[in-house]
Structures are given as structure tokens and as C-alpha cells.
Design a protein around this ligand. Structure first.
Ligand code: CDP
Length: 237
């Protein structure tokens, strides 16, 4: 069956990653979390005291950053590695969330990440989520989604996710972080978060994760089967 690229963009913590993971698992596709890459760069900058206003320092740092995704045997899910170290938990912490949007504004950072993301999706059969996937990384993606949800619902879900990882953070602090990231992400000069013209809006406020996954899988299947009837006929024979 034909393989497609599914691009999921949207505001912070509106269910993009959970939906993308579920859809990838149903379709047997690879899930790529582009936000994890920006978070890993942020972690490197933080650890190495890289001044984000110094272009030379930023460029040099980028040369020393190697980000990979390796499947965890137990969960079957991709985990993020920075220079060979598993940073999957560290990059989700609040101190990274508070700096990541400033780092993601930097042109040099974006150019490098976008190039790596395009390589990862070259063979298709991928679900990638982020802020500029349908507009910049894969403008030709067969299926583009733009996700949103009520800010209180988003903050509550993020609070629960952090709690599950042992981090107790107040709702106000989370909400402020989500709003601030959305503000920076939508107003930055370099590839701001904006709905691609041909993206379908998915509002997850009143949906369960299962409903979201089902809706996206159905949209994906209609794209996969679109114009593929000859192949289906052949497969039936
Ligand atoms: O999971 P959550 O919605 O909190 O965010 P994320 O997907 O982990 O992304 C973290 C941050 O990385 C975003 O707030 C953006 O500043 C940046 N990002 C980006 O600029 N472009 C992307 N394609 C993905 C993330």
C-alpha cells in the first residue's frame, strides 16, 4: 500500500504527540517528535552555557550536537538521545520548557533541525508533529492536521503527564508556560506556527485520545487509498 507523510502541527500540549504516536502505531508508521529535537538542542545549550544571542557560539554548538531516536525495547516507542545519552525524561522538564521557544526562534537552529527532519521523513511512512511540519518541513505532506484545544484542558493534561513522571507543577505555572510558548511560536520571524492552508483543523477539547486517533487514522486511510484503487485491486487478486 502507498505510504504517506502525516504532518501534525498545533499549539503547545494540545495532544499532538499522543495522537501522532497512536496513529503511527495503528498504521505501522514511524513517529518523529520534532519538538524533542528542539528540546534536546535547548538542553545542550543550557548544559554548555551557549549564549543564544551569539551566532558563532550557536553555530559551533550545532556542529557538536548529534540527536538520534532509538526505540525502547520495552515500550516500542522512540526515545531521544543527545550525543549518545538518553535525554527523553530530562528534555520534558519545566526548565527546558521555559527556554525552548527562545532557542527555537534562532534561524541557524531551525535550518539544521529542518534538514535533519526532512532526511528522517524521506522514505515516507512517517507521522511527524511540531509547529512547521506542514508548512516548512513537509509542504507536500499528503495529510496535514492543525490541532488545538481549550487552554485549561491543555494545561490539565500536561500537568497529569508531568505528574506521571513524578514532577508536581502548579496549573498556573503550566498555563503561563503554554501561553508564553504559543505567543513566541506564533509571532517569531522564522517559520512561525501557522495553519497550513490545506490542513484540517482538529479540536481535541472534548475528545478522548482514542477518538482523536480514530479520526486521524480514518483521514489517513482515505489519503492512502486515494487514487490507489488499482493497487488495491491488484492486492485483492
Ligand atoms: O509537547 P509540547 O506541545 O509541549 O511541545 P513540543 O512539541 O515538545 O515543542 C517544544 C517547543 O519546540 C515548541 O514550543 C516550539 O518552540 C519548538 N518547536 C518548533 O519550533 N518547531 C517544531 N517543529 C517543533 C517544536
Amino acid at each position: 500500500m502507498k505510504k504517506i507523510v502525516i504532518a501534525i502541527d498545533g499549539y503547545s500540549a494540545c495532544g499532538k504527540s499522543s495522537t501522532a504516536k497512536g496513529v503511527a502505531s495503528v498504521l505501522g508508521y514511524t513517529y518523529i517528535d520534532s519538538g524533542a529535537m528542539y528540546r534536546a538542542v535547548t538542553l545542550y545549550f543550557d548544559r554548555n552555557h551557549v549564549s543564544i544571542t551569539n551566532t558563532q557560539e550557536v553555530k559551533k554548538a550545532l556542529e557538536n550536537i548529534d540527536i538520534t531516536f532509538i526505540v525502547n525495547d520495552k515500550t516500542g516507542l522512540n526515545e531521544t538521545y543527545l550525543n549518545g545519552l538518553n535525554v527523553e525524561d530530562e528534555i520534558r522538564k519545566m526548565y527546558i520548557s521555559k527556554q525552548v521557544s527562545q532557542v527555537s526562534m534562532i534561524k541557524e537552529v531551525r535550518v539544521e533541525m529542518v534538514s535533519q527532519q526532512q532526511k528522517l521523513g524521506k522514505k515516507k511512512g512517517v507521522v511527524m508533529d511540531g509547529r512547521d511540519i506542514g508548512t516548512v518541513v513537509f509542504p507536500d505532506a499528503e495529510l496535514k492536521l492543525f490541532m488545538d484545544a481549550d487552554i485549561y484542558v491543555r494545561a490539565g493534561r500536561r500537568q497529569q503527564e508531568l505528574l506521571d513522571k513524578g514532577q508536581m507543577i502548579g496549573l498556573e505555572e503550566i498555563m503561563e508556560n503554554l501561553k508564553e510558548r504559543d505567543r513566541i511560536d506564533t509571532t517569531r520571524k522564522e517559520s512561525p506556527l501557522v495553519k497550513a492552508e490545506d490542513a484540517t483543523i482538529v479540536d481535541t477539547t472534548f475528545r478522548t485520545l482514542e477518538e482523536q486517533i480514530e479520526e486521524v487514522v480514518n483521514l489517513a486511510l482515505s489519503k492512502i487509498l486515494d487514487g490507489d484503487s488499482t493497487q488495491l485491486e491488484l492486492e485483492k487478486e
